[in-house]
Design a protein around this ligand. Structure first.
Ligand code: C2E
Ligand code: CA
Ligand code: CA
Ligand code: CA
Length: 277
């Protein structure tokens, strides 16, 4: 089944790339996808590398299209951004994540949930307030949520981003810089951001055990982050070697296919019950 999905995805990627008509159709359909309940959240565990315990998950959206099958986020998030749909999408993601937190809690599963925020969200003046009101309304502790923001989202309008992020941070939300190392932010800008965490991009982590340059980059990032008082998440851990190497160097959290791929709520709940962590 998974194999078929991958195949569908490949075919579909080619169609979108090569066919403007398809793209236009998708743009139209995306508008109603949220209302029609076609979006689904998958969750990928993050392991506390010291406690060897899963303490967090990252929520990753997919579009379960009625005819076209599962569409990965890289194919529709950019469209949502261009079409002014990002606020609606992120509101849905946050709402759904908080609902999942509330479903897990009575089962004895208490996990922090990380959500991806786009530049469009930070441009919306009401974004912070929306998030804070929603969390408050649902009665979920505010520090359950981590917002993952890419460097690029901050670079486009640093002043406004810093303003919004400061409000969120003061309220107790955790903030993380996603894909760290791939953007163009300067250290000076980074220093001004009220973040708690750096998330090292998977491109530096995937080949850690075979690429000495990557080990040098990750090692100095760990030191830099720790000296600035930030914790570090490594994403893209694909083997046990990388997991142990990162744990030995004090990296706080690890995420990657070696532990688990992103899974839907039912499957991740099963995984959590069966995993040694
Ligand atoms: P991201 O935030 O950097 O998320 C991590 C991506 O890396 C996910 O892809 C995940 O499946 C993949 N990944 C995790 N571990 C490994 C690994 O060990 N090896 C490899 N090769 N890949 C790994 P996914 O789910 O396809 O998401 C792609 C991107 O789409 C995300 O990158 C994020 O930028 C965006 N995205 C996903 N969900 C949302 C959302 O709700 N809101 C926004 N704004 N963006 C989202
Ligand atoms: Ca992310
Ligand atoms: Ca990332
Ligand atoms: Ca990424």
């Amino acid at each position: 089944h998974a194999k078929k999905n991958r195949l569908d995805q490949q075919i579909y990627t080619q169609q979108i790339d090569g066919n403007t008509l398809e793209r236009l159709q998708l743009i139209n359909e995306l508008k109603s996808a949220i209302d029609n309940g076609e979006l689904v959240l998958f969750y990928q565990p993050k392991l506390d590398l010291k406690l060897k315990k899963v303490t967090h998950v990252e929520a990753l959206v997919r579009w379960q299209h009625p005819d076209r099958g599962m569409i990965p986020p890289d194919l529709f998030i950019p469209i949502a951004e261009q079409m002014g749909q990002m606020n609606a999408l992120t509101h849905w993601v946050i709402n759904e994540s908080l609902e999942q937190y509330l479903k897990w809690k009575p089962q004895g599963i208490e996990l922090c949930i990380a959500i991806n925020i786009s530049a469009e969200n930070l441009k919306d003046e009401g974004f912070c307030q929306y998030v804070l009101d929603l969390v408050n309304h649902k009665g979920v502790p505010i520090d359950v949520l981590t917002l993952e923001i890419t460097e690029d989202a901050v670079v486009s309008d640093p002043e406004n981003a810093i303003k919004q992020l400061t409000v969120l941070k003061k309220s107790g939300l955790k903030l993380s810089i996603d894909d760290y190392g791939t953007g163009y932010s300067s250290l000076a800008q980074l220093k001004q951001l009220p973040v708690d965490e750096l998330k090292i991009d998977k491109s530096f982590v995937q080949n850690l055990m075979v690429n000495q340059d990557d080990r040098i980059i990750v090692n100095s990032t760990l030191q830099l982050a720790h000296n600035l008082g930030l914790s570090v998440v490594a994403e893209g851990i694909e083997d046990e070697g990388a997991l142990n190497w990162l744990a030995e160097r004090g990296c706080e959290l690890g995420q990657g296919f070696y532990l688990s791929r992103p899974l839907d709520a039912d499957k991740i709940t099963d995984w959590l019950a069966r995993s040694p962590y």
